[in-house]
Design a protein around this ligand. Structure first.
Ligand code: GAP
Length: 661
């Protein structure tokens, strides 16, 4: 079973050197992370696997590496300066800051459900009118309102009745005639157009509850631009004009670097449409609520492709149109994740609703992974960006195209990003399909998927029973300490944190009901849980659990071999036998130039295997006394734990046919 909690993965990451908090010596810096020796390997392997599949394995994609800092004008014309923002609110009571759409997500959910149900019905209008008449549609509309968005409507109605001046806009709702289909359409449009007003009212009236302190006293939502600002060259902060002309942004997506290089790549490689440009690199977003470990961070890495295709009007019979290219990329990207070991039960395609789409997108399908605890989360988005971006960055665009894309003329650009198609004998601005994945987010998904705790043999029943028998005493003692701590009115004088103890007891009792499978979980709870600290019965029980867990259980990262940070670990059976050490070192040196191989003799073989299992090393080689006699070594496979003897001569073939970097 994959990870049950993000905490399991976070603990392992810290313990074994995958991910550390950034600027840790100074208390950290909000949601910036450093990737340690194994994390850097894993991240590099993810990026390499992606590059291999989307660049090397294709004839129609080239890779680039564009600058991170780009002219402010790029972000003005891409639309990011005006629109790349999230609504932000502050709780006046505890001063916590949140993304408004995270606190009041039910409002957005109701909006999506309502708008898409109306859209769906509008598609059916001609048939439905013919077949069943308007009454049916009206009923369906009312049902949709009742089933999908009744909560939001009730709240809005309550707000209206309270007669707040700000809410007068809601009066218009009452005027809508529910018997007429058209009112559904108008209502949907109304919700879209006035959504920010709804949101403001929702917070102003205290309908949203603070997730931190449960208060209902909010500032009004205001839009906060997510781009990090910086300046190129020396600039006085007080000189507003100079500040603006020296201002640059750290890129919030790598995509714009690709658009800027469309013409360079096309001309220098004489590429014909369709072709793509791929890029891997850092992106930065000043997220309002980063979190869930490395899921949402302010500095992260993206792996993006802009795949340039013919505009619909130039597509000839037998050629793929934009919708077909889009579907093809969705399928290929979905398969990429499965091919690297993600189970299809935890990977889904989700169509973005019309009102979720970014300003440039005609259609976007997200690939979502089922993370432990917080559930489905986007790991990649595949968007049809049409000709929006290349047009936005081009000068001399005809008025009808500007109107179609809702763009202003660009008088800053010296380029026109069009292309002469020799087959069509015409010049056009290509359309774009964009598969855009997060590399750091992919790392979290692959770690969650690969993380397994499993028994390597059945633990002796009497020892399990003994642990089970001790747990009620641990819980009883912990609850007593919890009560004592609650009686202490000055929190600074408390020896224990009552909330942490309560959480510890709940988790311990639940895990105890799953013994012996939960042996490692119980070991981690007793060792690491903040509620377990300074409890005498815990100190007594922990060594017994730890010993049994070491003997009978293991943490294993079942990473795909091409992602595994270390591919091969080589051990001598005895570190004080130079003849074994020599051979083991020589084997390690043979493979070190080809893939990450380590030599280790710092513990007994059993413990060395456990350590490599925990970081996902797919193969271990042990040199023992038999090696001296028959030139064979033991090769142990991580997942099956099976061991076989292989001749040193055959080792090269064995690994080179299995390990692809
Ligand atoms: N060029 C399109 C684009 O940037 P996006 O959906 O905003 O689209 C693409 O981002 C991918 O980048 C996401 O699917 C996610 O994997 C990753 N990503 C976005 N914001 C992130 C963040 N704050 N932290 C980590 N990864 C992030």
């Amino acid at each position: 079973m994959p990870a049950r909690s993000i905490e399991q993965v976070r603990n392992l990451s810290k313990r074994r050197g995958f991910v550390f908090p950034g600027s840790a010596a100074y208390g950290g810096l909000g949601s910036f992370w450093d990737y340690g020796p194994l994390g850097a390997e894993l991240l590099n392997n993810i990026k390499r696997a992606w590059w291999r599949d989307v660049v090397y394995r294709r004839d129609d994609v080239d890779g680039i590496d564009a600058a991170i800092l780009m002219s402010r004008k790029v972000w003005q014309h891409s639309g990011h300066e005006a629109t790349f923002s999230d609504p932000m609110v502050d709780c006046r009571n505890c001063r916590s800051r949140f993304r408004a759409d995270h606190v009041a997500s039910e409002l957005d959910v109701a909006r999506h459900a309502y708008v898409s149900s109306v859209e769906e019905m509008l598609h059916e209008v001609p048939n439905a009118i013919e077949l069943e008449g308007r009454r049916l549609l009206t009923n369906r509309l009312l049902t949709a309102i009742q089933t999908n968005s009744i909560d939001a409507l009730a709240r809005i109605e309550r707000a209206r009745q309270r007669g707040d001046g700000f809410i007068s806009v809601f009066g218009q709702l009452a005027a809508l005639d529910p018997d007429v289909l058209e009112s559904g359409r108008r209502y949907a449009e109304f919700i879209q157009d006035h959504f920010e007003v709804f949101r403001q009212a929702y917070f102003q009236l205290g309908l949203a509850v603070c997730p931190n302190c449960a208060a209902r006293d909010w500032t009004l939502p205001r839009n906060f631009n997510l781009m990090f600002k910086t300046h190129v060259g020396p600039v006085e902060a007080t000189d507003a004009e100079a500040e603006l002309s020296a201002r640059a942004y750290l890129r919030p997506e790598t995509a714009q670097g690709i658009f800027m290089n469309f013409a360079h790549v096309q001309r220098s490689l004489a590429r014909k449409v369709p072709f793509g440009i791929a890029q891997v690199g850092k992106a930065f977003r000043n997220e309002i609520t980063p979190g869930n470990f490395i899921f949402r961070t302010r500095e992260f890495e993206q792996m993006e492709i802009e795949f340039f295709i013919k505009p619909p009007q130039f597509v000839r019979e037998g050629e793929k149109n934009d919708a077909q290219w889009h579907d093809e990329w969705i399928n290929q990207r979905y398969e990429w994740w499965l091919g690297l070991g993600v189970d299809s039960a935890r990977l889904r395609q989700r169509e973005q609703a019309a009102d979720e789409l970014a300003h440039y997108s005609k259609r976007t399908v997200d690939l979502e992974y089922l993370f432990p605890e917080f559930g489905w989360g986007e790991v990649e988005g595949i968007a049809n960006r049409t000709d929006y971006d290349l047009t936005a960055h081009s000068r001399d665009i005809p008025a009808e195209d500007l109107a179609r894309l809702k763009l202003e003329p660009n008088t800053d650009s010296v380029e026109k990003f069009d292309y002469f198609d020799p087959d069509a004998k015409a010049r056009y601005i290509p359309w774009v399909i964009e598969p855009s994945a997060g590399a750091t987010r992919a790392m979290l998904a692959f770690l969650c998927e690969a993380y397994h705790e499993e028994l390597t043999k059945d633990p002796p029943q009497p020892e399990i029973e003994a642990i089970k028998a001790e747990i009620p005493a641990v819980v009883k003692n912990a609850q007593k300490k919890q009560k004592d701590a609650e009686k202490e009115t000055d929190p600074a004088q408390r020896k224990h944190d009552p909330a942490a103890i309560e959480a510890f007891c709940t988790a311990l009792e639940e895990a105890a009901s799953r013994l012996p499978q939960s042996l490692l979980e119980i070991d981690a709870l007793l060792t690491e849980h903040p509620g377990a600290h300074n409890l005498e019965p815990v100190k007594k029980l922990q060594p017994k659990v730890n010993k049994l867990a070491e003997d009978c259980a293991r943490v294993v990262l079942k990473l795909h071999p091409s992602l595994a940070p270390i591919k091969l670990a080589v051990f001598p059976l005895k570190k004080n036998k130079p003849e074994l050490v020599d051979i083991a070192r020589r084997i390690a040196q043979t493979y070190q130039p080809h893939f990450r191989t380590v030599y280790d003799d710092s513990a007994g073989i059993g413990r060395l295997y456990r350590r490599q299992d925990e970081i996902g090393t797919p193969w271990c080689v042990t040199v023992d006394f038999q090696t001296l006699e028959d030139n064979t070594v033991t090769v142990r496979e991580r997942d099956s734990m099976q061991q076989q003897r292989i001749n040193l001569e055959a080792l090269r073939d064995y690994f080179f046919t299995r390990i692809h970097v």
